[in-house]
Design a protein around this ligand. Structure first.
Ligand code: AMP
Ligand code: MG
Length: 528
């Protein structure tokens, strides 16, 4: 047997320093007073490696040769546990769709341990879909190919877009069928099972803290808090009440920054429950997420959320704050005061707004945000983008091409390139669009940057390539037939989403009409 993974150096601090569940079976249960339960991955029948992300392998000091080895496949399909690993599932709770849901926990994620790379960085490894844990409730602990392709590709796409996120090392087919009722309509089907290995400094969520507050286990809550500060926020002083407040303030700032990025690239998380928000401000848990095609702040990809649209694109910033409010409530009894927590929550709003304005100014190629003119310019652009279905990604990319002295025909071009409708504009639409473009051109002239400089700056923040919903679905369809080339091809293009990729322009095009209402392309359920 090849032993190529022996170079991985483990330092399993989470299990070493935090209270464990004394039981280590995977029988479903309420786990009291413990941060985690030890549990082993389930054996898989016939694992096949679908893809591996080379940059993530590099983070772990693994060579591509190692990633292609038999041992790699055994370990990242759950068939072999290295002796230095200490696999466990975390205990957490959460507010789902605005309501306290009690204990949730890693129902289908098994942490293998924490590695230290040659640069001293700590990276936790986690298999998603490797079998049941005490937290699996009524479900099977497994994951299907479609959701795993989506998680694998999107984690990496987000990283390369510059959005803070958990990473994905590998995507493996297990060879075992997994039964899912994709639309919860009484049509269960066997689908290919798969496992993604996720990688992050830590996977700690708001819900890890909430569960101990809900159970009034203040000692465990404090232990987890001290541990998190020392391990994941080593730049903060030794834990005490002031440090807890600084920590919460930092979680607020990181969450605001993360959501500004989501709004920049047109990402809709889809299930912003408090168990799906990382205290590190990383995008985590890629489920029924989606990418805005036509600019619509009310859009949500999640069919489970279709009615209330709680997690729609335009509401993500407010939900971030609501979730931080739940984290603050969990911490309040420990810090013994409410006002400083509330101040951080208030600061979240102003930080988010400032971040959003600065980000939009960048998207527009302006070297600074001028509140006197740019608040209106940005608001009015949002209205103009909604006059008719306008592809957000294509619009901003095309806008960079327009010189500020453009004539009227050129002025219309960035919109024309991005419209989904083909019928001519109405008089009023034409008027509003041209009017906005004239103001924009004036503003760009006042800004004064040379055309080329502005163009380059815009193309560095407005991606050409995002993981369009239908592209992920096409890759999934091919993979399900055993052809994994499109997964690899998308991974390759999405590594450099701001660059031109001659020959791959099709991946930057508008969503085709057939995908408008197709399952997986426009509507996604939580079934995964
Ligand atoms: P989500 O909102 O999809 O992140 O998941 C909510 C909770 O359900 C988490 O505790 C998950 O671990 C759990 N869960 C989701 N799918 C499964 C599954 N197939 N088996 C076991 N637990 C699951
Ligand atoms: Mg989750």
């Amino acid at each position: 047997m090849s032993r190529s993974l022996d170079t991985l150096r483990f330092d399993n601090r989470f299990t070493r320093q935090l209270p464990a569940d004394p039981e280590s079976t995977n029988q479903r249960r309420q786990v009291m007073g413990a941060c985690y339960s030890r549990v082993l991955p389930q054996q898989t029948r016939q694992p096949v490696l679908v893809a591996c992300a080379r940059e993530v392998a590099e983070l772990l000091d693994l060579t591509l040769e190692t990633c292609a080895s038999e041992q790699f496949l055994r370990v990242f399909s759950g068939n072999e546990v290295l002796t230095a690993m200490d696999p466990y599932a975390m205990c957490y709770g959460g507010h789902q769709f605005g309501h306290w849901a009690g204990q949730l926990g890693d129902g289908r994620a098994i942490n293998l341990g924490e590695t230290l790379n040659g640069r001293g960085e700590r990276w936790a490894l986690q298999l998603k879909g490797a079998g049941p844990t005490p937290y699996s409730r009524t479900a099977d602990g497994l994951a299907v190919l479609r959701s795993s392709v989506r998680e694998f590709l999107c984690s990496e796409a987000m990283h390369h877009l510059g959005v803070p996120t958990t990473r994905a090392l590998s995507l493996v087919l297990t060879g075992d069928p997994v039964v899912r009722d994709m639309f919860y309509d009484g049509n269960p089907q066997a689908e290919p099972g798969a496992i993604v290995c996720r990688v992050a400094p830590s996977f700690t969520r708001f819900g890890n803290f909430e569960i101990f507050a809900a159970r009034q286990q203040w000692d465990v809550l404090q232990q987890l808090l001290d541990y998190t500060i020392r391990t994941d926020f080593p730049h903060l002083p030794e834990p005490d009440i002031d440090t807890y407040l600084m920590w919460f303030d930092e979680v607020c700032r990181r969450t605001a920054a993360m959501i500004v990025h989501w709004m920049r690239v047109g990402f809709v998380h889809g299930v912003m429950n408090t168990d799906n928000l990382s205290v590190l401000g990383l995008t985590i848990d890629y489920g029924p997420y989606g990418w805005l095609e036509d600019y619509d702040p009310d859009w949500t990809p999640n069919t489970t959320d279709a009615e209330g649209r709680r997690y729609r694109f335009g509401q993500q910033p407010q939900i971030g704050q609501w979730n931080l409010g739940q984290l603050a409530r969990a911490l309040a009894p420990i810090v013994g005061q409410v006002e400083p927590l509330q101040e951080s929550l208030m600061r979240y709003s102003s930080l988010y707004n400032d971040g959003y304005n600065a980000m939009m100014a960048q998207k527009l190629g302006l070297s600074t945000f001028d509140p006197a003119t740019d608040v209106d310019l940005i608001n009015d652009l949002q209205s103009v983008l909604q006059l008719r279905e306008t592809d957000m990604t294509i619009f901003f990319r095309s806008l960079a091409e327009v010189a500020p002295v453009a004539d009227e025909a050129d002025a219309q071009a960035p919109f024309e390139a991005a419209y989904y409708q083909t019928d001519p504009l109405t008089e009023a639409q034409h008027h509003d669009t041209l009017n906005w473009m004239r103001r924009y051109a004036d503003r760009v002239r006042r800004d004064g940057a040379p055309h080329d400089t502005r163009r380059q700056a815009m193309n560095a923040v407005n991606p050409k390539y995002v993981l369009r919903n239908y592209l992920a679905q096409l890759a999934i369809d091919k993979s399900a037939e055993g052809d994994h080339t499109m997964v690899q091809e998308l991974l390759e293009v999405l590594r450099r989403p701001y660059d031109e990729h001659p020959g791959k322009e099709e991946f930057a095009q508008k969503r085709p009409e057939w995908a408008r209402h197709r399952a997986g392309c426009s509507m996604l359920s939580c079934s995964s």
